[in-house]
Design a protein around this ligand. Structure first.
Ligand code: ME8
Length: 644
C-alpha cells in the first residue's frame, strides 16, 4: 500500500475576477496559500493547491465592453497578468482553473441538473436590487436612498432593479442543516469572530437564492433552458470541485475532496460559509473542513479594491525588492484574520531591520568567518559548553512551536518566533566574539565550536522560513553547502546537528537590498497608485485644462531600462528640444518599433525620477487590460505641434 500513504491536503484561494489587474490584496491571499502549501509539503503531506480566475458574469461582460474586447479576449489577457504575477511571487500552485474551461462548465451544468432533478431548484420570478460591481443581490434591509435607489453596502455603488424569470435554489430549506453543521463543527469558519457572524446571519432566516439570469449572456447556459445563464457565484464556487477533477478525473477528485481549507477575504464569507455548504449538502458532497477568512489590506484606512481605485501595484515593489521581502512583510505584519494598513514606511522599515539587519547580517558574517578562518569547512570540534547547548535546546522548542503556528495559520507568530531565534544566534556570536578568538591560534578549537553551533542553528532556520521566503532560503541553503534540494527536508524531522563535517560553505552574496525610503518613494511617485476611474473623471475648469501643455512628440531613440520589465527610456523630440522620457510600455512595444513614432506628450509636467532615470514629460496612453496603448499619429504631423 505504498500508493498515497501520505496524508492529502487540499488548499484553495478564491478565483479572482478578470475585470482588472491583480493587486496586493489578491497577492496576499495567494501568498498565504502558498506558504501553507509549502509548509504542508515539508511536513510530508500530499498537497494540492488550487487557484484561478472567475471569468463569467455581468461585471466581466461590462469591463470587456468598455475596453472594446469580447469577455473571453479580456479574460485571456488578464489571466496572463495573474500568471506572470504568481510566477514573480514564486507561487507554486498545482493547478490554475479558469471558469471558461469546458471541464468546469460541464461540471457546473451537471451539478445544476442534479439539483433540479432533486427538487432543490425551481423556476420563478426574481424582483429586486442587484449590485453589478459585487455580482450580488442586495438584501431587503438595505434602505432606499434619496433618489429612490439602493446603494450597495459593500462597495458603495448604485444598485439596479432587476425583474426577470429565473431559477431559485431552495436555500431556506437548508437553514436547520447549516445551523446543525456549525454546531457540530464550531471551527468550520475561522477566526472565531467570523463564525459567530455566520451563525447569527443564518439564525435570522434564509431566503431562496436566485441562481440564473436571462439578461446576462456571458455565463454558463442551462442545457435544457438556454435562455438562462447560471449566476456567477453558483458557477464560481464549483471551481473547487471541478479544479481537482470532478467529472473528469474521479480518482484525483476522491483523493482531495473535501478541501482542508478555503482561504478567502472576509468580503466573500457569506458566499463560502453559507451558500457553498448549502449547495454541497444539496448535491450530497462532503463539506470543506475550514473556511478561513483573512482581513483586508487597507490603504489610508480604506479597503484596497479595484472598484475604489486605491490599489497598490505589486510590480513596483517586486522590481526593486524581489518576491521575498513582500511575502515576508505581508505575512509578518498582521495576524491572518485582521486588517492591516499598507505603508511604504512600514514595509521598508521591516525589510531593513528584519531581513537586511537580522537575517542578512547573520548569514553574511557567519559564512564570511567560516570562509576566512576555516576555508569554508568546519566540523564538530572543541568542547561543547553549556552556553553552546542553548542554541540546540532553543532550536528543538522552536521547531515545534513554529510547526504548530503554521498548522494554525498563525503565520505572523511563526515568523516572530523564528526571528527571536535569529536574534538569539546573533547574540550568541556577539557574546562569544569569534573574531577575537581568531587572533589566538591556541583557541582555534573553541572558535570552530562557536561557528559550528551557529552554522547548525542557521541550517535549522532555513527550512522553517522556506514556506514564506522560498527564494532567499534556497540561496542560503546553497551558501551553506547543502547538496540535496531544500524541498526534500522533513519539517518535523529536522535535527540540530544536521550540519556535516565535510560540508563546504560558500562565501555569500548579499541577500536583501537596503533601500532608503526617500529614494524608493521618489521612484514610486509616478507609478504606484493605479488611478480610479472616478478620480480620472473629476471635473476641471477650462483654465486648468489650458495650463496643460500637450504636444506631438517624435520618438528619436528608445531602449529598455535595465533591470525592469516594463520601462522604456526614450529621447523625444518636442519641436523646441529633445527630452528624455520614461514610460511603462515595454510589455506592449519593443524599443525598435517605437523609434520614429509620433505620439502625444504632456510637456509641462513636473519631472520625475523613475527607477533612477529622469523623465521630463509623459506620454499619453490608453490603459487596456493592464497594458498601455499609445495613440500614434498616422497623419504627417510635425513634432512640437500643439494638441488641444
Ligand atoms: O470575489 N485585502 O473575486 P475578486 C486583502 N471572483 N485581500 C483582498 C483585498 C484586500 N484589499 N482585495 C481583494 C471574487 N482581496 C470572486 C471570488 S471564489 C469562488 C470567487 C482578495 O477578484 C481576497 O481574497 O473580487 C478577496 O476575497 C478576493 O481577493 C476577492 O477577489
Amino acid at each position: 500500500m505504498e500508493e498515497n500513504s501520505k496524508e492529502s491536503f487540499y488548499i484553495t484561494t478564491p478565483i479572482y475576477y478578470v475585470n482588472d489587474v491583480p493587486h496586493i490584496g489578491h497577492a496576499y491571499t495567494t501568498i498565504i496559500a502558498d506558504a501553507i502549501s509549502r509548509f504542508k509539503k515539508l511536513a510530508d503531506c500530499d498537497v494540492f493547491f488550487l487557484t484561478g480566475t472567475d471569468e463569467h458574469g455581468q461585471k466581466v461582460e461590462k469591463a470587456a465592453t468598455e475596453k472594446g474586447l469580447t469577455p473571453l479576449e479580456l479574460a485571456d489577457k488578464v489571466v496572463v497578468n495573474f500568471k506572470k504575477l504568481w510566477e514573480a511571487l514564486h507561487i507554486s500552485y498545482d493547478y490554475f482553473i479558469r471558469t471558461t474551461q469546458p471541464l468546469h462548465e460541464k461540471g457546473v451544468q451537471k451539478i445544476f441538473q442534479k439539483l433540479m432533478d432533486k427538487g432543490d431548484i425551481y423556476k420563478g420570478v426574481y424582483e429586486g436590487w442587484y449590485c453589478i460591481s459585487d455580482e450580488t443581490f442586495l438584501s431587503d434591509d438595505v434602505p432606499l436612498e434619496e433618489e429612490g435607489c439602493k446603494i450597495c453596502p459593500d462597495c458603495g455603488k448604485k444598485a439596479h432593479v432587476v425583474s426577470e424569470d429565473c431559477y431559485f435554489f431552495k436555500l431556506s430549506a437548508y437553514q436547520k442543516s447549516l445551523l446543525d453543521f456549525y454546531q457540530k463543527n464550531p471551527t468550520f469558519v475561522r477566526p472565531q469572530s467570523r463564525m459567530n457572524e455566520v451563525v447569527s446571519f443564518v439564525s435570522q432566516g434564509l431566503k431562496d437564492l436566485s441562481i440564473t439570469r436571462t439578461t446576462v449572456k456571458w455565463g454558463i447556459s442551462l442545457p435544457r433552458d438556454p435562455s438562462h445563464t447560471i449566476y456567477v457565484w453558483f458557477d464560481a464556487l464549483h471551481n473547487y470541485l471541478t479544479g481537482i477533477g470532478y467529472d473528469w478525473e474521479p480518482k484525483h477528485f476522491r483523493q482531495f475532496w473535501p478541501a482542508n481549507v478555503h482561504l478567502i477575504g472576509k468580503d466573500i464569507l457569506r458566499h463560502h460559509a453559507v451558500f457553498w455548504p448549502a449547495f454541497l449538502m444539496a448535491a450530497e458532497f462532503a463539506l470543506p473542513k475550514i473556511v478561513f477568512a483573512h482581513g483586508w489590506w487597507l490603504r489610508d484606512e480604506t479597503k484596497m479594491s479595484k472598484s475604489k481605485g486605491n490599489v497598490l501595484d505589486p510590480w513596483a515593489i517586486l522590481e526593486t525588492f524581489g518576491p521575498d521581502p513582500l511575502r515576508y512583510f505581508l505575512l509578518r505584519e498582521i495576524p491572518v484574520g485582521l486588517d492591516g494598513n499598507f505603508s511604504h514606511e512600514g514595509f521598508i522599515h521591516r525589510v531593513n531591520s528584519d531581513l537586511a539587519n537580522d537575517l542578512g547580517n547573520l548569514v553574511q558574517r557567519l559564512l564570511v568567518m567560516i570562509h576566512n578562518y576555516f576555508g569554508g569547512q568546519i566540523n564538530n570540534m572543541g568542547e561543547e559548553k553549556d552556553s553552546d547547548r542553548r542554541l540546540h535546546l532553543e532550536f528543538d522548542l522552536l521547531k515545534e512551536k513554529v510547526g504548530q503556528h503554521y498548522e494554525e495559520y498563525a503565520l505572523n507568530r511563526a515568523l516572530e518566533e523564528i526571528w527571536a531565534y535569529i536574534n538569539s544566534v546573533n547574540k550568541y556570536l556577539a557574546e562569544n566574539e569569534p573574531w577575537k578568538l581568531a587572533k589566538d591560534n591556541a583557541r582555534r578549537g573553541r572558535l570552530g565550536r562557536i561557528l559550528y553551533q551557529a552554522a547548525c542553528a542557521l541550517r535549522g532556520i532555513i527550512p522553517l522560513i522556506f514556506p514564506v521566503m522560498p527564494e532567499s532560503s534556497q540561496k542560503i541553503w546553497k551558501f551553506l553547502g547543502e547538496k540535496a534540494p531544500l524541498q526534500e527536508e522533513n519539517f518535523f524531522g529536522l535535527e540540530f546537528f544536521h550540519f556535516k563535517s565535510d560540508q563546504k560553505t560558500q562565501k555569500p552574496a548579499p541577500l536583501f537590498p537596503r533601500v532608503n525610503l526617500k529614494d524608493f518613494l521618489k521612484e514610486e511617485e509616478s507609478q504606484e497608485i493605479i488611478p480610479s476611474k472616478e478620480e480620472t473623471m473629476d471635473v476641471i475648469t477650462f483654465d486648468e485644462f489650458k495650463r496643460m501643455d500637450f504636444k506631438v512628440g517624435e520618438i528619436m531613440k528608445a531602449e529598455q531600462v535595465e533591470g525592469t520589465e516594463k520601462l522604456v527610456k526614450m529621447e523625444v523630440n518636442i519641436g523646441t528640444e529633445t527630452r528624455q522620457m520614461v514610460a511603462g510600455i515595454a510589455d506592449k512595444y519593443s524599443p525598435e518599433e517605437l523609434v520614429g513614432k509620433k505620439v502625444i506628450v504632456i510637456v509641462n509636467l513636473k519631472p520625475a525620477v523613475i527607477r533612477g532615470v529622469e523623465s521630463r514629460g509623459m506620454l499619453l496612453a490608453a490603459e487596456v487590460g493592464g497594458q498601455a496603448i499609445l495613440p500614434i499619429f498616422t497623419e504627417d504631423v510635425p513634432a512640437g505641434a500643439k494638441v488641444r
